[in-house]
Design a protein around this ligand. Structure first.
Ligand SMILES: *Cc1c(COP(=O)(O)O)cnc(C)c1O
Length: 353
């Protein structure tokens, strides 16, 4: 095992590293930490925590839906949505590379008895209406009942063309399916596209948003939908162990994030673009940062350099997940000045080989 990996595993903590692994690594600011109003706290399983109630109402209004529900994670929010829309033996259509298909341990199948039918997508994450429709099963006892389509925006940081998402939702609805959007990074799509949150979510029956990604809250996601779906979700969340008590202590941070950290996502997109252009001057690297990309830069580094470059960067206080994946994620913990340092460190490495 490389020294670089050992250092991470041993939690040898770097002094305020420039950490590109994910936009989940952000730490709460003092202002965020000070935003809790103790007088509002209560037991949220009794629905008596005003911080949580206000956050849920605020999020539902932002997206133009009837109601929302606070969750400890996006995985539990997506799982609950899928379970709320499906019964045992039903099937959900999901893009092959989407988070709900790949990174959520197939919870909907394991815990809910709901099958997943993956649909091919392009490298940019888009799904063809015809590919999706071809997987909706006929009403025939040989088949599972196709109940739900699950989409994702942004996908790998890429904003999905809204017309395509709307067309997919329309086609699925015309076949009687419900449509759920995994909008873990919906706010990045909002800032990049200039579309309102309502325009981005109008076509969907339910949407999951993460407060713990670019918005910079330490914990939390919200499922946003109509009241009947949220009522079902409330029981399912309890069943999954997601009923939390005085959880206003984290909902307050989520509210702070929604009120203060949305517009600033533009800085992350600007930083990512700047990083991409700085790194593209290095002939050894291939940089992927397209028009529709938001806060992620993908770096294709020759195999023989991956480990040593990773170590070179780590020694300079820069953490990247690994250069096999080559994903560098910008977030509120990374400044323009940091980007300059990082570009310098990459250049340094290739100058000396
Ligand atoms: C992070 C993420 C989620 C939810 O992840 P949690 O870590 O469970 O909060 C869901 N979908 C996408 C696309 C994500 O990036």
């Amino acid at each position: 095992m490389s020294q670089y990996k050992k250092n991470i595993i041993n939690q040898e903590k770097l002094e305020s590293p420039i950490d590109f692994r994910s936009d989940t690594v952000t730490l709460p600011s003092n202002e965020m930490l000070a935003s809790i109003d103790n007088t509002k706290l209560g037991d949220d399983v009794y629905q008596e925590d005003i911080e949580v109630i206000e956050l849920q109402e605020y999020a539902a209004n932002l997206l133009g839906k009837e109601a929302s529900l606070f969750f400890p994670s996006g995985t539990q929010s997506n799982l609950t949505a899928m379970l709320a829309h499906c019964q045992r033996g039903d099937e959900v259509l999901i893009g092959r590379h989407y988070h709900t298909n790949v990174y959520e341990a197939r919870g909907v199948s394991v815990l809910g008895g709901v099958g997943i039918c993956p649909i091919d997508t392009s490298a940019s994450g888009s799904m063809k209406v015809s590919d999706m429709l071809s997987q909706i099963k006929d009403n025939d006892p040989h088949y599972a009942v196709t109940k739900l389509l699950c989409l994702e925006n942004t996908f790998s940081g890429k904003v999905q063309p809204q017309q395509e998402l709307d067309a997919l939702a329309k086609a699925a609805h015309s076949k009687g399916l419900k449509v759920h959007l995994d909008g873990a990074r919906l706010f990045n799509a909002h800032i990049h596209s200039g579309l309102t949150l309502k325009a981005l979510t109008e076509s969907f029956d339910s949407i999951s948003i993460c407060l713990s990604k670019g918005l910079g809250a330490p914990i939390g996601s919200l499922l946003v939908s109509d009241q009947a779906t949220i009522n079902r979700a409330l029981r399912l969340r309890k069943m999954l162990g997601g009923g939390m008590r005085q959880v206003g202590v984290i909902a307050a941070y989520g509210m702070y994030a929604l009120k203060n950290n949305v517009k600033r996502l533009q800085e992350d997109h600007d930083n990512a673009k700047y990083l991409a252009s700085g790194l593209s001057s290095l002939s050894e690297l291939t940089i992927d940062y397209g028009e529709n990309q938001t806060n992620m830069v993908f770096v294709d580094c020759p195999k023989q350099h991956r480990e040593s470059l990773g170590k070179h960067l780590f020694d300079r206080n820069i953490i990247i997940s690994n250069l096999d994946r080559g994903r560098l994620v910008c977030h509120l913990g990374i400044s323009k000045k940091d980007i300059l340092v990082v570009i310098g460190a990459f250049k340094d490495y290739f100058k000396n080989i």
